[in-house]
Design a protein around this ligand. Structure first.
Ligand code: IMP
Length: 423
């Protein structure tokens, strides 16, 4: 059985914690898109782990973790992470596999990502600078380098030369930056070849065989629905399909094999980087959420923009992902707020929008129709049963369920593995 976990906002919904929680009942945890831009946080025994490329199930010593073909793999970031885990006594040997057809993020992708975002001027996206968009651009431009190409020294060198041809022209003539030599990149990356070789597998075949065998697989999404390249707030998005459908193309499994789709939503909304954000709070309430929620980027450390829960967005996420259920995270952060708001519609130019509008003009300049709910003041972080939650907290959850028409089956009330209420 395959279960997909997907973000329903702009990423940072707390997927890492939920995946870690669910991984206990799974055999395999497989990442299907994104790359080192992700920052999935898991807290175990008071120790905080941040995963960028390694799937969030790795803390269970008996689980197999897989990096699918939809992921872009930066070997520097990957081995930094693996070495960090091994220092903490967590071995990935014989249980972390990489798809041979995943594309590789190489030094020039990262350099170009940072330069390109600077050159966008007013249109800067505020990318993570991890070379994500530039790696996917090469993939779609058919000049990318896959893991399987990297393993063959002569093929790698030939492809490097092709990939660098136009880039070096741009570096020299337009960006006025130093050119990159294929030989140097070849030399700098060769230390990873032997290590990667041991992890490479034909992941799609492996997963399909395991599915046939009745194994439980958790497909781990990174970022979130509104950072999806097709359905997000384009162009302020990442470069991959974060939505549940991405699990099929990013792992090589048929849509027929997916049995359960779980969305993760924070009890309020956050966003890192540029782009429209209708319910953003540029005031003391936003500051309160940032402080109480520790809202600073797990990958870049940037302060996250904070705002009210936007049910217009999550309703769309429920539909485009086909959510079976929702997990609400960080409910504890709302404790102490007297009046909590939920966005239920947008208004622009005399028209009411209950659906997420693709028109950027509407999304940028709309007025928000809010519903206001009474808050609660009790500390809820030690509560483990739904009925013990303050009545106003339950009302908040149940109102969101009603608006989205999706059940909220789990509520997270803190960062550690145990701080979860399962209904
Ligand atoms: P990129 O993915 O580095 O190209 O960045 C594109 C946009 O997606 C920027 O606004 C980033 O801040 C945002 N982004 C990328 N990865 C994440 C994530 O894991 N969580 C939240 N935002 C992200």
């Amino acid at each position: 059985m395959v279960t997909v976990v997907v973000g329903t906002q702009w990423g940072d919904e707390g997927k890492g914690k939920i995946i870690d929680y669910l991984a206990g009942g799974m055999d395999i945890i497989a990442r299907y898109q994104g790359g080192g831009n992700a920052g999935h946080t898991v807290v175990l025994e008071d120790k905080k782990y941040i995963f960028h490329l390694v799937p969030s199930g790795i803390l269970y010593p008996d689980k197999i973790c897989v990096i699918g073909n939809g992921v872009v793999v930066d070997p520097v970031s990957l081995f930094e992470e693996i070495d960090g885990l091994e220092k903490n006594g967590i071995s990935v040997e014989d249980r972390l596999f990489i798809a041979e057809n995943a594309h590789m993020t190489l030094p020039y992708h990262k350099i170009l990502d940072q330069i390109e975002d600077r050159f966008r001027g007013k249109g800067a996206l505020g990318t993570t600078g991890r070379g994500i968009g530039t790696t996917y651009a090469d993939k779609f431009n058919r000049i990318g380098i896959r893991v399987v190409d990297f393993l063959e020294e002569d093929v790698f060198m030939e492809k490097l030369k092709i990939a660098l041809e136009l880039k070096n022209y741009l570096f020299r003539e337009y960006y006025k930056e130093e050119m990159l030599s294929p030989e140097r990149i070849y030399e700098e990356t060769k230390i990873y070849r032997g290590r990667i070789k041991k992890m490479v597998r034909d992941v799609h075949r492996y997963l399909n065989e395991e599915i046939e065998d009745g194994k439980d697989i958790l497909a781990e999404g990174a970022q979130g629905t509104f950072l999806d390249i097709d359905f997000g707030t384009y162009p302020y998005v990442t470069a991959s399909n974060c939505i549940a459908g991405g699990a099929c193309t990013g792992l090589g499994i048929s849509p027929k094999k997916i049995s359960r789709i779980i969305g993760v939503a924070k009890s309020y909304t956050t966003r890192v980087g540029m782009g429209p954000f209708p319910t953003e709070l540029n005031n003391s309430e936003g500051d309160f959420l940032r402080k109480a929620g520790g809202e600073y980027g797990a990958t870049t450390g940037r302060p996250r923009r904070c705002g009210w829960f936007d049910a217009v967005l999550t309703r769309f996420a429920a539909s485009v992902n086909g959510l079976d259920e929702l997990v609400m995270t960080k409910l504890d952060v709302l404790t102490g707020i007297e009046k909590i708001k939920i966005a239920v519609a947008y208004e622009f130019d005399g028209r009411r929008y209950k659906e997420y509008p693709f028109n950027t003009k509407v999304f940028l300049h709309c007025d928000i129709v809010y519903e206001e709910m009474d808050g609660w003041s009790e500390d809820i972080s030690a509560i483990r049963s739904y009925s013990k939650l303050p009545v106003n907290a339950r009302r908040y959850i149940e109102r969101i369920e009603e608006i989205l028409n999706v059940s909220i089956r789990m509520v997270s009330v803190g960062s550690s593995r145990e701080q979860i209420i399962v209904r």
